[in-house]
Design a protein around this ligand. Structure first.
Ligand SMILES: [Zn+2]
Length: 309
């Protein structure tokens, strides 16, 4: 799956002279220190993010290799043209004693990037120098996500643990492994008064709805609205299905109903459909419908849907 993650900036600018060799490995023509500007960004870290996902150490290691040579985009909404920069070196930083929210050593993947010192980029360079708050976002492809509670790989109709929920005081999140590719990184300079110190994945707005309602995200509004309508239908279907499963469970055995009544809220549609089918089968076996005429001793099956209680 292709995922996007928000990162945070780091202010300190590395020394150009000592970085020239690494930069020239990726530059089309030999650069001098006067022609280029270097800066660093934090691409991602091993913190549990707002989607309750977290890069594993293995994934950070893979990303650190994949992002070298990748071009980043500066998205200046008040400008017609986008400028670009290229990452020429990465490193994973761990500081002694600094822990993430899970109590593990906090690790960040830092990228060093260069851009040309030209007229087009001069304003941007000034902004970076001035320390205006910046956001990064990375796009990459991850093949494996593992549940932190049971260790099972996430898939449709999987283990049933809900990311973001706590189980016996332990947070459920999905740990990301097996990075297939790193596609891009982008860098947005945000005027300090708008979102000072806050890293947001979708710019200034803090929710998807906020984003599609903003000037930046307005072109996605119609698509968002259509998806939301579908989501309402989906939720209605799931509610109906859940009630039906509980009703059938109660018919099978009141103990099943008791055990299910709370957990059914966390089940996916596929699990509920499977349960419904199993209950229907069991009811059919326990209470076969007798036909009156003409084959008195034969039983016929019936569909539970036709049988309202
Ligand atoms: Zn699980």
């Amino acid at each position: 799956m292709k995922i996007y993650k928000a990162g945070v900036e780091r202010e300190k600018v590395p020394d150009v002279e000592t970085e020239l060799e690494a930069i020239n490995a990726y530059a089309k023509t030999e650069m001098t220190s006067e022609q280029i500007y270097t800066f660093s960004v934090v691409l991602c870290d091993n913190e549990v993010d707002r989607d309750f996902e977290k890069f594993s150490d293995e994934a950070l290691g893979a990303l650190s290799e994949l992002f070298v040579g990748k071009t980043g985009i500066f998205d200046h909404e008040w400008k017609a043209t986008n400028q670009t920069a290229r990452i020429y070196r990465t490193e994973i930083l761990k500081e002694n004693g600094v822990l993430n929210s899970l109590g593990e050593p906090y690790a960040v993947l830092k990228g060093y990037a260069y851009m040309l010192r030209n007229e087009k980029n001069s304003e941007l360079i000034e902004e970076i120098e001035a320390g205006i708050k910046k956001e990064t976002s990375v796009g990459c492809s991850v093949a494996k996500r593992v549940c932190s509670i049971c260790g099972e790989e996430a898939h449709v109709g999987g283990c049933g643990h809900i990311p973001g929920r706590e189980y016996n005081g332990k947070l459920c999140y999905l740990e990301l492994f097996d990075v297939k590719d790193a596609y891009e990184w982008s860098f947005v300079a945000v005027p300090a008064q708008r979102a000072a110190g806050v890293v947001k994945r979708f710019g200034a707005s803090d929710s998807l709805k906020g984003f599609v309602s903003s000037k930046q995200g307005g072109r996605f509004f119609a698509e968002y609205e259509a998806l939301e309508k579908d989501a309402v239908l989906g939720r209605e279907y799931k509610n109906t299905l859940r009630n039906e499963v509980l009703r059938l469970g109660l018919l099978c055995d009141p103990k099943i109903y008791e055990a299910l009544s709370e957990n059914a809220n966390f089940m996916g549609a596929k699990e509920l459909e499977n349960l419904k089918e199993a209950f229907e089968k069991r009811l059919e076996d326990s209470f076969p419908l007798k036909t009156q005429l003409p084959g008195r001793d034969k039983t016929v099956s019936f569909d539970g849907d036709e049988y309202m209680v």
